[in-house]
Design a protein around this ligand. Sequence first.
Ligand code: ADP
Length: 656
Amino acid sequence: MKGRSHRKQILLFLVTVLLPSLVLIGLTVRMIGQEKELAQKRLTEERRRVAREIGQHFLARLESIKLQEVSAVSERQSLPAEINYVNPEVVLICLIDGRQLVLPWERNQQTENVRQYLSDPAFSQKIRLAETEEFVQENYTRAARLYYQALNSAKFPIQREYARLLFARALSKSSQKAEALTHYREILTQPFTLSDEYGIPLSLYAAGRLLEIGEDYEDILNQIQVEIQKERWLSPSGSYLLLDLLEDFLLSTPEAEIIKAANDCKELIQKHIQKLDQAIALQNDFLALGFMSNLGDQNDKKTPFWVLYGNNPWLVSLSTPVSERPPFLVAVSAQKIIASLRADSNFREAFPVDFDIVPENDADGLSLGTNLQDSAITFTGNKGQMFSTPWSIQPAFYLLALLLILGITLFGAYLLWRDVRREVQMAEMRSQFVSSVSHELKTPLTAIRMFAETLRLGRSKDTKTQNEYLDTIVNESQRLTRLLNNVLDFSKIEQGKRLYRPESASLYEIVKSAARAMEYPLSQKGFKLDVQTDDGLPNVHVDHDAMEQALLNLLHNAMKYSGESKEIGLHLKRKDSHALIQVIDKGIGIDPQEQKRIFEKFYRIPSPENERIVGTGLGLALVSHIVDAHGGSLELESELGKGSTFSIYLPLEKES
Ligand code: ADP
């Protein structure tokens, strides 16, 4: 029965408290999740917006660069062979011939001139004659003379230096080394623009020869440095030759300082070669980039578009074709544009993020807009506060709220649980009380009836026995009265109606009267009551009957819970300004843990031996109430198995 109601309580508790709590937790978790998702979405949206805006800045910058380059080219009437374009971000500008990209070193005015001058009939015939002497007749002296004639009759620098190169070769073959060196040195001083039809500077040929036969390291390096600094497009053949030359150079010179300078040059030329490679690749892929389909309809003023190309990416676009002039291609370094945009403080303020331009198929890439084809932006490192996540506060807030609500709910549930448990216990105690009272009523009533009937039938004739029977009847009815008094008093106390009529009274009288009342029941059970009283104790202000009732309750308990012991003490003495009444037994004693609770109404210690002793759990509650009502105090000293001492302190009246 008890177990079932317990299970019901637990079930009820689970349903009313834990279930809603679980639902609350679930909802909060869901809410936090949604909040997070929303924040993530907002963040993505924000990143997209920033990407688009940066894309617009990019496009504006690119278009203005293109415009400047286009007008520069139209002013100059030719494409520049130098790399130093108007804008430092530009890496390449080249013409489009038909559907073919013409790279700067391929077909410029200069290479045309070289071709034309070197194939000039008068000049080329002289050279051919000399070459026949040199290679067929192997008459180097004569060949040298013929080359020299060609040199003297040259009309253009390229013819002269070309002839000089061959002349120097013939001289060195005819063992005129010193003279050959002078001429090679002369050629070395020529700028890179003076190059043959393959775009190879004549000075590089001379440098190669000088490296072989002379030791002009410094001069060679100087010349290379000066020419590289000019940032001209050098043809691939020229570039590779220069790279070879530098490697030979590094192998043959022992001087550390020169080696360092040469290495720097080598690095520059390697970078140049990378650029050449990318340009050549662009030339090959040009049609695939889709510019030409756009160009087909020349009058259709389509919005300009830029395509991302290459590893160290370039943004490539075509100039809008103007009347009969062919369009040309402008390529700009993406990295350099980023750097130039970031150098602008307004831009930095508006977009305090680091970013990179990547091909559009990059997983993290965000579109920069339709005008920047194949290109996307990625945000690298988030130094700025641009994309800080504001949601981190909200989940914390939700969590806190959840914890608070859960805390309050659980605390409330605990209080409820405690109350319910008390209530249940009280109900149990009440029902036990009813059965105890009935039991306690039944025992004396049975005795009274039995002895009264025996007397009426006149079965026992001798007066001694008759007196004994009458004593028992009186005693049992006294017990009944005490019990009923207890119950009645208790109900009055519960209703707040118990009134005491205190008057000056002698405690000695009260103690004696209680001892007298106990005489018969004690002697019946073989108890010895040791009464000790101090003489001359002043009166106390008490309700005589109530105080006697309290003492009787304590004495009856001493009797009930004495176990094997048959000794009870009842002491009255003075303790400073108080009278002290002690009821002492040497019985079963009380567990320290139970010592507080036994004064509660209906409470009985739930021990197996206690169950065999009848009781209502009201006695001590009444004693406690009576003592309190008289301004006294009640103390208990007890040890399990050794007995208990209940002490009542009552204030003495002032001695007159
Ligand atoms: P009851 O009618 O059960 O005696 P009381 O209020 O008088 O009710 O006592 C409450 C409980 O205190 C008792 O059930 C008993 O377990 C314990 N108790 C009271 N007096 C003594 C005592 N002298 N020795 C041991 N236990 C006692």
